[in-house]
Write a protein that binds this ligand. Structure first.
Ligand code: GLC
Ligand code: CA
Length: 558
């Protein structure tokens, strides 16, 4: 579906509403705050804006636990505010995507509440209730720690692949599916641009719900093998598309972890379930295993394996459709923490990472603050943190015998809260996030107080202006068609700590990014005509030989 779709040349931006802009001074970002800042988004040049969930929710998992799909969480505003945001965005040529969270809902959703009260109700059939006495029905682990089953006191247990406040919805039930489709049409009728679709590869569970070989403390087994991309999921996803998205001009972006390369065509091919999808195959090169405390840091994991997984994802996807490419989102620390040793972090490195991802084949998604080159903020204690997953990893570290003092810095490296602190607008207190100087709902000292919109707008060399330039290049008549449609091919594979590729079409473009902390020579497979954009100045050429500075990257024409 993605090859020649209306959205193929667009640029998308992800907002974490709770932390973008607080318009009424209660310390919490809100919809009116986003509306207030639409001009900023327009000035960046973005066309699509994805909002992390703003539905009614007890916020156990940052709103990914929905208690009313057709209402707005009062902390973010009202339905009127939402309608106004959609309309004001449209005026600026921006279409809004909401987050569609339908693998699970909240335990506070009226469906689940009724299911608890009345085991024989229709609503009880919307969930995975199993009677199994004193022990859980199987040994699956929840992704947020502990068993994936919770007892309700009457012999029934319910499944929750995420937190116990996020009961999984039972997609085998046609009545539940119909409810979901009605809800989706309710939103699309409002003129939404589409959805980012949460955890969608988990909606089919392995028939019979079999236990697996114990591999974790308590005899638990990771749930992915039994609940991700399970045979038969395609029937649900096809029906979902036909009943909803197919009837509108919208874009659907699946959070589709675990899709094997040979199934990509089912997801984003010509007749795929979705317009496009995030591929996570190269998102976690540190492969943390048991917990974030044991995860390797940048420079310690296998660079070539990571790079090859980017190349493989690109070459496989371009054969059949168009992927959604990203460097950051609300589930990860800031990208430089993942990919570059802390001693080397700088605005120029942020630009290099920007180029690395932005010119890949696919539709780019920029996460709020990425365009400012934000680094992880400095959390000083676990009490400052909010994220349910962070608390789980902190607990696992203690179980493994670490002291709180040892555990904190280790889990802080990968905490999801790193990307969830308030967006910095200016140099005033709390980065001007709140309308008054109120303390924000989540706060940690920023790594660099000068990395904010006001400051960076006035500096021609800022990361912000670099991102604006990348977006402008993608939209330019000269290079745009090649950046959007050009053929992706990896080059210079024999060099370590180098990511390099060509994009060829109307023009011939090449991106060369060094992730080495030393200057180096590389022999290009072409004769460069010109450098279009550079992360920092100082490269030199002799014929096809290029001398790069540490962490330097270039976009070239040849
Ligand atoms: C997705 C979201 C994440 C959330 C999880 C459960 O991975 O991106 O933030 O915790 O789904 O809904
Ligand atoms: Ca507010």
């Amino acid at each position: 579906m993605g090859k020649d779709a209306w959205w193929k040349n667009k640029v998308a931006y992800q907002i974490y509403p709770r932390s973008f802009r607080d318009s009424n001074g209660d310390g919490i970002g809100d919809l009116n705050g986003i509306t207030e800042k639409l001009d900023y988004l327009q000035s960046l040049g973005v066309d699509l804006v994805w909002l992390s969930p703003v539905y009614r929710s007890p916020m156990d998992d940052g709103g990914y636990d929905i208690s009313d799909y057709e209402d707005i969480n009062p902390m973010f505003g009202s339905m009127k505010d939402m309608d106004r945001l959609i309309a004001e965005a449209k005026k600026r040529g921006i279409r809004l995507l909401m987050d569609l969270v339908v693998n699970h809902c909240s335990d506070e959703h009226p469906w689940f509440q009724k299911a608890l009260r009345e085991p024989n109700s229709e609503e009880a059939g919307y969930f995975w209730f199993v009677r199994s006495g004193d022990a859980p029905p199987n040994n699956w682990a929840s992704m947020f720690g502990g068993s994936a089953w919770e007892p309700v006191g009457d012999g029934r247990w319910y499944m929750h692949l995420f937190s116990k406040k996020q009961p999984d919805l039972n997609w085998e039930n046609p009545k539940l599916r119909r409810k979901i489709y009605e809800m989706i049409r309710f939103w699309l009728d409002k003129g939404l641009g589409g959805f980012r679709i949460d955890a969608i590869t988990h909606i089919k569970k392995m028939p019979g719900l079999p236990s697996g070989p114990a591999e974790r403390p308590g005899g638990l087994v990771g749930c992915h093998a039994y609940t991700r991309c399970i045979d038969g999921i395609g029937e649900f996803l096809t029906e979902l598309r036909k009943e909803t998205f197919d009837r509108y001009e919208c874009i659907t972006v699946a959070e589709a972890a675990g899709v094997p390369p040979h199934q990509l065509k089912d997801y984003v091919g010509e007749d795929g379930y979705f317009s496009t999808m995030f591929d996570f195959s190269y998102a976690e090169p540190y492969n943390y295993g048991r917990g974030w405390h044991t995860a390797k840091g940048p420079g310690e994991w296998d660079f070539r394996a990571w790079r090859d997984s980017i190349y493989l994802s690109q070459t496989e996807t371009q054969k059949i459709g168009r992927g959604a490419v990203f460097l950051e989102n609300h589930d990860y620390p800031r990208a430089c923490q993942k990919f570059v040793p802390a001693k080397d972090h700088s605005p120029a490195v942020q630009k290099m990472l920007g180029q690395l991802f932005f010119y890949l084949y696919g539709i780019p998604f920029i996460y709020q603050g990425q365009e400012l080159g934000l680094d992880n903020p400095h959390f000083q204690s676990i009490d400052q943190m909010d994220d349910i997953s962070t608390k789980n990893h902190y607990r696992i570290a203690m179980e493994d015998g670490l002291s709180p003092e040892e555990a904190l810095p280790l889990i802080c490296r990968y905490s999801r809260d790193n990307a969830r602190t308030p967006f910095p607008w200016d140099n005033t207190e709390y980065g001007g996030f709140c309308a008054s100087g109120t303390k924000p709902w989540l706060w940690a000292e920023p790594a660099d107080p000068k990395a904010n919109v006001l400051q960076e707008s006035s500096e021609p060399d800022s990361v912000l202006n670099f991102y604006k330039e990348m977006i402008a290049i993608r939209k330019s008549e000269t290079y745009g068609p090649t950046v959007v449609d050009g053929f992706f091919k990896p080059i210079l594979k024999r060099y370590d700590k180098l990511i390099a590729y060509t994009r060829t079409g109307d023009r011939n473009l090449a991106v060369v990014c060094s992730l080495s902390d030393r200057s180096r020579f590389v022999r290009l497979p072409f004769l460069p005509k010109k450098v279009i954009q550079r992360s920092c100045a100082g490269e030199s050429f002799r014929g096809q030989t290029l001398k790069l500075l540490p962490y330097q990257s270039l976009l070239m024409e040849f």
